[in-house]
Design a protein around this ligand. Sequence first.
Ligand code: SF4
Ligand code: SF4
Length: 340
Amino acid sequence: MSLDTPAPSTPAITEARRQAEICNACRYCEGFCAVFPAMFDKRLFANGDITQLANLCHNCRGCYYSCQYTSPHEFELNLPKALAEVQVESWDRFAWPRGISAAVQSNGLAIAAVLVLGIAALFFAQSTLSPDGGEGFYAVLAHSVMTAIFMPAFLFPLAVLAIGLRRYWHETDGRPVKLRHLREAAMNAAKMRNLSGGQEQGCNYEKGDRYSQARRYAHQATMWGFLLCFAATVSGTVMHYGFALHAPYSLISLPKILGVPGGVLLTLGTIKLAWLKTRADSNLGARTTSGGEMAFVFFARFDRCIGTGALRVHGYDIGAEPHGAASRRRAGTVPADALL
Ligand code: SF4
Ligand code: SF4
């Protein structure tokens, strides 16, 4: 079975190509983001080129508010929307198993809720077999049981990402990656350079033709919060397996020094992103993404809130039911987060 997909000719790609050809002649937005230099490199756009441009776009909307060819001009340019539609279609083609992306986009919250409840129920059933001993989280759930469930929930998304990346690379005719490409990409991601509007003035996501840094900062809080939480998990794993230092850890241990600010940042970032989404003009984005985006935002926040709550209770009464209940629910949200 081939994992690759040919680049199809869809109405969304045809429309984005029409708009890209107009931009290629105009070139006014050259310094706005990574889309335009990549666009101005070409004279003709294959379907895979349009997919590549779409996935470079961060939907900041700066080009829309600068454009002299938006409606009521006969060209009716709306590049953020055109690229967003292509981007969503491409996720459907690249995601594995097929159809999962479309299902999450349209029913994201429902699917996420079922995942959380299902996995939490599994944990609950396991915990009735009660671990013999253990403190804190492990008093509710044996370490071996947790590893058996979390490990596939961690490895499966990695496999899905690898398949998606391979399909993307094939469709967009990707070239070999060099170290300097990775360095540049990491720097751009760390600074969220493509949400800077090209001159550090920010983007036009939620304030129309006025600039704002809010989306850039919220994305940065979410990204750094996630990375800190990931580092906390890795440090806990190293302490557990490498040094036989088992949880629960004190407040001045590495897992908590990294995990607590990480959880706070992730919570604040995702709340802000959800709020910004309610303020943004839906006519400048894809029609079908809100379910999936809101599901991700909601569960990233839900997970952190429960984690923080469990931590707070932990200091006072390790074996109390509130801690056990919170831990079981959180045990459901973490793998559900990863699977989403
Ligand atoms: S979005 Fe409008 S102003 Fe910007 S390059 Fe395209 S046609 Fe020109
Ligand atoms: S919406 Fe923003 S990121 Fe997308 S093409 Fe326009 S300026 Fe670039």
